[in-house]
Design a binder for this molecule. Structure first.
Ligand SMILES: C[S@@+](CC[C@H](N)C(=O)[O-])C[C@H]1O[C@@H](n2cnc3c(N)ncnc32)[C@H](O)[C@@H]1O
Length: 283
């Protein structure tokens, strides 16, 4: 079998690096998740109040009010600013053909897709508390004719079929989603299988740090991080999983023909939210 990419980070940055992060120190990197967690907790009283006053029975279903909490957190200005990186815009603006976007949230990416190049985009978003905002953005950015909202997770084959999602598509876009999907060991191989030959997975994901001390800090935060952040984990080595033939279940298939994963320029090695972004092309 063809060897699969011994280096998982492509040292040649073939896409122009559009963000250069300013220098920081270890202390500010290690405390950044704590500050984000505190800002998330300010959304908790409002969420619980909304649930109690509009749909009180949902208080007995933690998954429902945790979805509502995440929807509120993700709509706050802290996280909207975080979504606004040039690298994400680049990934989306170069998508074409029939596209699935995994976990589009409020659909902020819809502003950046190229309407000439994209034939249809399936927006697979299981958090129903985000659908109203998502539908508003479909209208706002002019996608009403070419977008379908799918209210289930990407692992739900029946749900996808019922919404008319094709078995194979040209591109799959995932922006900070593989940190959250409940079963990455199922979802990542499924995503690969859903691509046409020559199709691309275009990702922006935060990953398990490559620095051992930062990894320990991530592991500590992971005890709490999932709670306000929709089940997100800081400790997933998604960059390694994606190029591991066994994890991805390539079997006799060739796997990826090209892997172009990049770091954000200037990112500190102490970061507890280190990211990779780029495209993987199916052979
Ligand atoms: C951190 S948010 C990112 C939202 C959006 N991509 C953005 O960058 O603004 C992660 C998203 O993944 C969605 N998600 C979680 N599990 C999923 C699954 N199994 N399939 C598809 N999306 C999922 C969540 O509902 C959430 O909207």
């Amino acid at each position: 079998m063809k060897p699969q990419f011994p280096t998982f980070i492509n040292p040649d940055v073939t896409m122009a690096p559009l963000t250069v992060l300013p220098p920081t120190n270890r202390f500010s990197e290690y405390t950044a998740p704590f500050i984000l967690l505190l800002s998330c907790l300010t959304s908790l009283p409002g969420t619980l109040w909304d649930i109690l006053t509009t749909r009180p029975r949902d208080i007995f279903f933690p998954s429902r009010w945790l979805d509502a909490l995440f929807a509120r957190v993700w709509g706050s200005s802290t996280f909207t600013a975080f979504s606004n990186l040039e690298e994400k815009r680049r990934l989306v603006s170069e998508a074409s053909g029939v596209v699935i976007e995994l976990g589009p949230g409020y659909g902020l990416s819809l502003e950046d897709y190229d309407k000439e190049a994209v034939r249809h985009v399936y927006l697979v978003e299981p958090n129903l508390d985000m659908h109203e905002g998502l539908k508003k953005n479909i209208e706002k950015f002019g996608w009403a004719d070419k977008a379908t909202v799918v209210g289930c997770g990407i692992e739900d084959e029946k749900g996808l079929e019922a919404s008319g999602v094709p078995q194979q598509v040209d591109m799959i876009v995932a922006i900070q989603v593989f940190c959250t999907v409940p079963t990455p060991e199922r979802v990542l191989p499924q995503v690969f299988q859903r691509l046409n030959r020559g199709g691309q997975l275009r990702i922006f994901e935060h990953i398990l740090s490559h620095d051992s001390a930062a990894r320990r800090v991530q592991q500590m935060y992971d005890w709490f991080w999932w709670f306000p952040l929709g089940g997100c984990s800081l400790c997933r080595p998604t960059d390694k999983w994606l190029v591991d033939p066994e994890y991805m279940g390539f079997g006799n298939q060739e796997g990826w023909g090209e892997v172009d994963l990049n770091k954000i320029v200037g990112e500190s090695r102490h970061s507890c939210l280190p990211c990779v972004w780029g495209a993987l092309t199916k052979a």
